[in-house]
Design a protein around this ligand. Structure first.
Ligand code: SF4
Ligand code: SF4
Length: 339
């Protein structure tokens, strides 16, 4: 079986779990540690920033997991797939926040940052910023001192380097209005990875249900059976582990199921990944609502539950700390995929 067929099997069995390290997360050391813990925990996919050194770090973390699997009595039946995320200008996943001079130093933004990217100096650390927008939301409206830079990448040059570094899948974050530019970038993504799945990440912030379905059709026309749709409920909102937070992630999958997959034979097997507000309740919610899904993609919540250990000095060499992080991570993975 080639790697495309392996991934198709995981999706067909609803056993694909992707840990999202963050499209804007360029902290290679953290990505390596997350890959170590979540490979042991049973994740079979990682989503990382489109930077070759970050892709390599992810691969190293996976290798470390294999090296330590016996110690934890774990088998890793499928080497996890590494996805690199790229995005359109305007998409939340590929922007970096910065603070302008109007800032009144009230510090309200510091505690709400999920990646500790805002130090006391209030100079946001770009490598840590994942563009979630929490700081903007916390900033008093009269001050409004948070702005963004698009973390644009030269796709045609960058993607082959990421694939050489070990990436097997590419995800285009396309949650912006307007189709032409998106389809141009999608064609470039398709050309860069003609042998395995490529994924388009969509939400309903700018798109009506009808536009959402039309965009999926257009994506499928280019990449055919190699298309995955990552259905983003509310991007990067999954910090809380409750049903309401994950409601929209299930709702958008339900729209795609009813308005497209149930109606047209061509799309019957189109893989849908639940994302955007995903947490420990996502799979339960989808099952309760009878919404089928082929995989789950979890970021903020999955990183948050291991953050205390992963950020410890010398984590990778401290198997006790790895073991402690492994508990909640494995529990999340097993609750998220089909038994
Ligand atoms: S709160 Fe979000 S957008 Fe703001 S600095 Fe932190 S990661 Fe970046
Ligand atoms: S919340 Fe706004 S005003 Fe307050 S410190 Fe942060 S950027 Fe400055």
């Amino acid at each position: 079986m080639n790697r495309f067929e392996v991934m198709r099997g995981l999706l067909a069995d609803s056993k694909y779990f992707k840990l999202v390290c963050g499209a804007g997360n360029e902290n290679a050391a953290e990505v390596r540690r997350l890959a170590l813990v979540y490979t042991l925990a049973g994740a079979n996919g990682f989503d990382v920033s489109a930077k070759p050194d970050v892709v390599k770090a992810c691969g190293e973390g996976i290798d470390l997991a294999y090296a330590n699997a016996d110690h934890f009595g774990v088998t890793v039946p499928v080497r996890p797939f590494i996805t690199v995320s790229v995005g359109m200008p305007g998409d939340h996943h590929v922007r970096k926040a910065f603070i302008i001079d109007d800032c009144v130093s009230c510090d309200l933004c510091i505690p709400v940052c999920p990646t500790d990217a805002i130090p006391e100096s209030l100079e946001i650390i770009p490598e840590l910023c994942i563009g979630c927008g929490n700081c903007e939301a916390a900033c008093p409206p009269k001050v409004a001192a948070v702005r963004y830079r698009h973390n644009g990448k030269e796709l045609a040059e960058l993607l082959p380097r990421c694939i050489e570094a070990g990436a097997e899948n590419i995800e285009l974050h396309a949650a912006v209005p307007g189709d032409d530019a998106i389809l141009e970038e999608w064609a470039m993504v398709d050309a860069a990875q003609p042998d395995n799945y490529i994924s388009m990440c969509l939400d309903r912030y700018h798109l009506s249900n009808v536009q959402l379905i039309e965009r999926i059709r257009a994506a499928y026309e280019v990449a055919g059976e190699r298309t995955i749709i990552q259905a983003d409920g509310v991007p990067m909102s999954g910090g809380s582990d409750d049903h309401n937070t994950t409601l929209q992630a299930v709702a958008i999958a339900d729209v795609i199921q009813k308005d497209l997959k149930d109606k047209e034979r061509t799309f019957r097997d189109l893989p849908i990944l639940l994302s955007g507000g995903t947490n420990g309740k996502t799979a339960e919610m989808a099952r309760l609502c009878d919404v089928p899904y082929q995989g789950v993609s979890i970021g903020t919540h999955a990183r948050g539950i291991v953050k205390g250990w992963v950020n410890e000095e010398g984590f990778e060499d401290d198997l006790e700390a790895v073991g402690r992080a492994l508990g909640p991570a494995a529990d999340l993975v097993s609750r998220s995929v089909a038994a």
